[in-house]
Every structure is written in structure tokens, then in C-alpha cells.
Design a protein around this ligand. Structure first.
Ligand code: HPA
Length: 281
């Protein structure tokens, strides 16, 4: 049997959740490594395990649960992916895109994407938060490779403002209201799962990266394809500056710091969600 097209996969996935989702969603949220607890505040939640969504990949990464949570967060109707899908787990870029297309199909106009990332910028500290201005795709792949589904988006989507500049201003205002100092910077996305060599870290910094991680870029390309407006927020979990005196990072340390940045991101979302536009203008 020929491989199903993205639109066929999307239709099937949507059909399997449409009945339990109810009213359209306004805002989609992807919760990063160690940031799943941000879903705690979702009220009147409907929880849909990925295994119940037809054709949907099931997350296996540590710190990721693997369920879609639909409900109300800070007064807005949201669908949150608690359990992100990573290329390093073996999912294809198109699998990852499918999840974003589903969030779009549920009615979202905005995607809030969060992640855990290592600091390339020497001014950043573990526990800090970075609002993403732009990204560098060093994964070596792209979710739009292959036939284009014109029903989803353009063959050659523009990535020049993939992280919506107006929403970045809103996120900055929201962070100001929480009195949390935040950085604004460039996220360098790598394939993983091995962490970077010291030379790679210096290279990523020289290329303009402020933080490095193993997610986000694939999702944001899919979001741009589908016409979703994106806000990106990184929890800085470790220094990845590239000098030999740096001690190696353990996953435990990384998660300990997501707890610190996660609380800050939680309070930023509390301010930001009510400010996000109600529909595309
Ligand atoms: N490198 C890549 N991914 C990461 C890191 C890092 O240092 N920290 C958290 N995710």
C-alpha cells in the first residue's frame, strides 16, 4: 500500500479526536523536556493519550508523558502537547509536523512552543529564560521534504518571521509584568541525541546561536507551513559555551534547572495567554 499523504494522516488523526475535543482551541502549546507540569493549571481538561490518536507517534523521551490536554488555561482555550516528539527518538520530520498540523486543525491560531536548551551565550545562566527571536536549523532535515500538501500550506513557506515579532513583543511585555528578566535570542536546533562536542558548541555560537537544543525547529517550520503564529520560549538548563573547563551535563542537572525556569515560564504564560490575539488579523 502506498504511504498515506500528510493530509490523509491528518484527517484520520483529527477524526479520532474531534468528538472528544469539543469547542475549537485558540492556542496550542508544546511543553518541552521537564516542562510538562506547566499543564497542571489546565482546567476542565480532556486528556487524550497519543496512543488513542490514529496514526500519531507516541513520545518516548525522558520527562515526556505522551498526551494531548485540551481545556482552559488562564482564560484561554488551549490544547497542550504534554510529551513532545523528537527526531532523536526516530520519528520522522513529517511525524513531528503531523502533530503541529493537528493542533492547527483543532482551531489554534497561535503556537506557544517551549523547550529546554543549553546556553551558548556566555551571559546566560542555568535557570534563565530566553524568548526565541529566530532559529538556526542544524538538524540536517526539514519536515516539508517530500510532496507538498497544498491544503496545508505553500511549497516554499517564508521563514523570515517564523517567530512572530508582534507576539515576541507581547511575550516581552508579559515577562516585564512578572518582573522576570528574560533574554531574547537565537535557538540553534540540532538532531541529537548526543550532546555537542566543545568544537560544535563554539561553532554554533559563532554561527549566531544563543541557546542549543534538540527540538522546536521542526515544529516551527511545520507551524509556518500551516500559517500558525509562533511564540518560542526556552528554559536555559546548562552552560553549553564550549570551553574545555566546562563540566559535563547530566540529565538530572538539566531537569533540576527546568524546574527553576519552568516556574518563570509558568508566570510568563499567565500574563501572556490573555494578551494573545483572539483570531488571525
Ligand atoms: N545541548 C542540546 N540540547 C540540550 C542541551 C544542550 O546543552 N541542554 C538541554 N537540551
Amino acid at each position: 500500500m502506498a504511504e498515506a499523504s500528510q493530509i490523509e494522516r491528518l484527517n484520520r488523526a483529527h477524526k479520532s479526536v474531534a468528538d472528544c475535543v469539543g469547542a475549537p482551541v485558540e492556542i496550542a502549546i508544546v511543553l518541552g523536556s521537564g516542562l510538562g507540569d506547566l499543564a497542571r493549571g489546565i482546567k476542565d481538561a480532556t486528556i487524550i493519550p497519543y496512543a488513542d490518536i490514529q496514526g500519531f507517534p507516541v513520545a518516548t523521551a525522558p520527562g515526556h508523558k505522551g498526551q494531548l490536554i485540551v481545556g482552559t488555561l488562564h482564560g484561554r482555550r488551549v490544547a497542550a502537547m504534554q510529551g513532545r516528539l523528537h527526531l532523536y527518538e526516530g520519528w520522522t520530520p513529517r511525524d513531528i509536523a503531523l502533530a503541529i498540523y493537528l493542533l492547527d486543525r483543532l482551531g489554534s491560531t497561535t503556537l506557544v512552543v517551549t523547550n529546554a536548551a543549553g546556553a551558548l551565550n556566555p551571559d546566560y545562566r542555568p535557570g534563565d529564560v530566553m524568548l526565541i527571536e529566530d532559529h538556526l536549523n542544524f538538524t540536517g532535515t526539514n519536515p516539508l521534504v517530500g510532496p507538498n500538501d497544498g491544503e496545508i500550506g505553500l511549497r516554499f513557506p517564508d521563514m523570515a518571521r517564523a517567530y512572530d515579532p508582534d507576539l515576541l513583543e507581547l511575550a516581552t511585555d508579559a515577562a516585564d509584568r512578572t518582573l522576570q528578566p528574560v533574554h531574547r535570542g537565537i535557538y540553534a536546533g540540532i538532531l541529537g541525541p548526543s550532546l555537542e562536542t566543545l568544537a560544535e558548541r563554539r561553532f554554533l555560537r559563532a554561527a549566531g546561536g544563543d541557546a542549543v537544543g534538540m527540538s522546536t525547529v521542526t515544529e516551527v517550520i511545520a507551524a509556518a507551513h500551516a500559517g500558525l503564529r509562533v511564540v518560542g520560549i526556552s528554559a536555559i538548563t546548562n552552560a553549553a559555551s564550549g570551553w574545555a573547563d566546562e563540566h559535563s551535563d547530566t540529565v538530572e542537572e538539566v531537569f533540576a534547572h527546568t524546574a527553576v525556569s519552568g516556574e518563570k515560564i509558568d508566570s510568563i504564560l499567565q500574563e501572556l495567554l490573555p494578551l494573545l490575539p483572539r483570531r488571525l488579523d
